[in-house]
Design a protein around this ligand. Structure first.
Ligand code: HEM
Length: 179
């Protein structure tokens, strides 16, 4: 939001239109908030939280795309590559929530945004995480404007971070100005 302040303004505009400044958000309002849904889907795509997924081990040998993967091989699937595939995404290195809206401004759920992975072992907490992200984001943007730290020379680094299983930003300061 600090790097793309115009998206923060659009987000707040929609939140204020649907909720005003005091109503509590609930999941049922998602249908009336396409820009918010697009913003969240773009966050999931733009900064993949678990870039190389959780490693899995093959329990039998199998063939894929001309390669034989032996039994017992540790596999890391590259979710980051799916989210940054230039054949699918125009300018993948730019944060553009609008890419998830159709001509009429409706939100378009993408099968190419898979932050929780796919298949039988996909994230068990997906539904609770999606609820938390929606409710927390809407509540925070409804109550605060997020601004850069006036004492910092640069904006927080969004290209680099601590990269373990999860990719998380380095610590940074910002101003949360009450609305
Ligand atoms: C935005 C937040 C989250 C993201 C992006 C995320 C992503 C992931 C990913 C990529 C995996 C690996 C799936 C695989 O092995 O294919 C995973 C596994 C898992 N996640 Fe999450 N997760 C999130 C939040 C949560 C929360 C809030 C919970 C618990 C309430 C949770 C519980 C789990 C569990 C239990 C597994 C292991 C599932 C299994 O191995 O069968 N996650 N998550």
């Amino acid at each position: 939001m600090l790097h793309y302040p115009e998206t923060q303004d659009k987000l707040r505009e929609e939140i204020m239109k649907v909720l005003g400044c005091s109503a509590r958000p609930s999941m049922s309002q998602k249908v009336d908030m396409p820009y918010t849904c697009a913003f969240i889907q773009e966050v999931y795509r733009f900064r993949t939280l678990v870039p190389l997924n959780v490693p899995h081990k093959t329990n039998k040998s199998f063939d894929i795309n001309g390669y034989t993967i032996p039994k017992g091989t540790t596999i890391s699937t590259n979710i980051w590559a799916v989210h940054n595939n230039p054949d699918v995404w125009d300018e993948p290195n730019k944060f553009k929530p609008e890419r998830h809206l159709d001509d009429k401004g409706n939100f378009v759920q993408s099968k190419h945004v898979i932050p929780f992975s796919v298949g039988p072992r996909h994230c068990l907490g997906e539904q609770v995480a999606r609820m938390e992200v929606f409710i927390f984001l809407v509540s925070l943007v409804q109550k605060f404007e997020f601004l850069p730290d006036p004492d910092a020379t640069d904006l927080p680094d969004i290209d680099n971070g601590a990269n373990g299983t999860a990719f998380v930003p380095f610590p940074y300061q910002l101003v949360a100005k009450e609305i």
